[in-house]
Design a protein around this ligand. Sequence first.
Ligand code: IPE
Ligand code: IPE
Ligand code: MG
Length: 249
Amino acid sequence: MSLLFTRRSKKTGKDEGIVLPEHIGIIMDGNGRWAKKRGLPRSAGHTAGAQNFRTITRYCSDIGIRYLTVYAFSTENWKRPQEEVSALMKLFKQYLEEALSDFKDDSIVVRFIGDTSAFSPDLQELIERTQRESADRTGMVLNIAMNYGSRDELVMAVKSIASKVHNGELSVDDIDADMISSNLYTAGQPDPDLIIRPSGEYRISNFMLWQAAYTEFIILDKLWPDFTTDDLDSALLEFSKRNRRFGGV
Ligand code: IPE
Ligand code: IPE
Ligand code: MG
């Protein structure tokens, strides 16, 4: 949370310094409505959303964000019609392949958070390969949340800690907040400073419940495929003006 980013103000024409968040989360919502507005199938909205994911990810890396977590598919999204889920799986494969070569130039480390064991063997193989090939890079860490649900993540952490207590490796008194954090998919990473949700929905939809204890939220009445780098700049400017107190004064 110490990086300074300079942006030319549209109002005053002067450069303004913005303190950048170290970790940004984005709930990439609104693809379906974007397509519906255009009389297109929902899958066309997902394609436009996936394209925007590439643009925004590269921009975050360019301006010096250290961690970016994008919510791509929740544990509840399996409830959607089979046709839509299949279209999404197809897109994940295509975009992962393409985005990976793109992200190589930016030295982006790609990680996946969520229960990826539910995906098809070829998608799992692609996920594994992506993580392996990008692990030694030194740039921004990109967490792609796929089959991610914060409640599932917390259940996983509780089970892992409980089994260590059961084996005698840990005692109940050793359990603290840091231990819970270090048993989540985001272990070792800072909590998100800012979560952005386009599409105008005022809810968290099972995203980073534990990690977002003191996160700043920005909700925009714009659908994800329409969310631009200018919108991100505006969100960063707004974030830099927030007074984060963390319970203090
Ligand atoms: C977000 O867009 C993408 C996923 C959840 C996979 P939606 O598909 O939820 O779009 P809306 O909210 O229906 O417009
Ligand atoms: C949240 O969006 C999940 C992702 C963006 C991947 P949803 O569209 O699934 O959330 P709800 O159903 O509106 O809460
Ligand atoms: Mg939605």
